[in-house]
Design a protein around this ligand. Sequence first.
Ligand SMILES: [Fe+2]
Ligand SMILES: [Fe+2]
Length: 151
Amino acid sequence: MQNKPIRRHKSLQPISHEHHYSLQLCWKIRIGLKKNVDLKRIEKYALWFYINHLLPHFNIEEEFVFPLLGQDNDLILKAKADHKQIKEMFDSDPINQLEQIAELLEKHIRFEERILFNEIQLNLNTEQLFKNETLHSKPEFKDNTSDAFWL
Ligand SMILES: [Fe+2]
Ligand SMILES: [Fe+2]
């Protein structure tokens, strides 16, 4: 098993690209905490990102990416357990778990990029990877800068 990112297959690039924005969320949370920004402001932005980007991202992964390796694969089970844990944190009292959310989300993304997506690419042929049209294109990310506390 490789633990360094390998060149992403085209069909996984859009979903992989979204990881970049999720990592930015982690960074923004940490900057906000470091600058002692009112937690409510950080929470508001984090929830906006969660509803508009993270949840749809999780859903696409669960519907189109994870089945590529099979639902009882150990790596898939771990990825799904991560999703569940992150969702639970957002759904209950996120304002008091911002640091933990950033940490868990970053770990999860590193796991997908360094282990899970590599494993998918190593186990599937190009035809199988291209099977899902949904993965081929995604709209551009539009950030919410109405309260850019991280700047
Ligand atoms: Fe994920
Ligand atoms: Fe992901």
